[in-house]
Write a protein that binds this ligand. Structure first.
Ligand SMILES: [Zn+2]
Length: 152
């Protein structure tokens, strides 16, 4: 006599799943998630962070988090500098304004994705911050260079 691998119930004959588990499986497969459910899952956990991921995030070394944060800040500053077309001093109001803008956008986007429900994973957020600031400063770069091409 074999047993159902899901609920440990004894199985008659050569069945590999009991009727209950088979039925549950069938319903899960046949009923795809509705759009609203998918959306809810996305809003609650945008990166689909699993428990395994949380363990990995906790194991992330501190130096890596510091590097991501500092790298992100540097990228923000670079974003501010290219946004000003590189025509201002590296530490001028115009550049710092662009830096702040890049920083705020990156930070908000990072906190928006690196979480499950309302729990933010700071270490993951630092990584996300680095990637977002890269994207946004890149965007600033394209923006300023695009404008320069238009001026020609
Ligand atoms: Zn079963």
């Amino acid at each position: 006599m074999s047993r159902c691998p899901h609920c440990d119930r004894e199985l008659p004959g050569f069945q590999t799943l009991c009727d209950d588990c088979y039925e549950k499986r069938r319903v899960e497969i046949e009923k795809p998630r509705s759009l609203i459910q998918t959306l809810q899952h996305f809003v609650a956990n945008p990166l689909a962070i699993t428990d395994q991921d949380v363990m990995d995030i906790r194991r992330m070394p501190a130096w890596f988090v510091v590097c991501c944060s500092c790298g992100g800040l540097l990228l923000c500053w670079f974003g501010g500098w290219v946004k000003a077309n590189g025509q201002y001093a590296p530490i001028s109001d115009v550049v710092l304004h662009g830096t702040l803008l890049c920083f705020v956008i990156s930070l908000v986007l990072s906190l928006a994705v690196a979480r499950r429900n309302l729990h933010v994973y700071w270490k993951a957020a630092s990584q996300a911050f680095f990637l977002w600031s890269m994207g946004i400063s890149g965007n600033f770069w394209i923006g300023s260079h695009g404008l320069r091409i238009l001026k020609w």
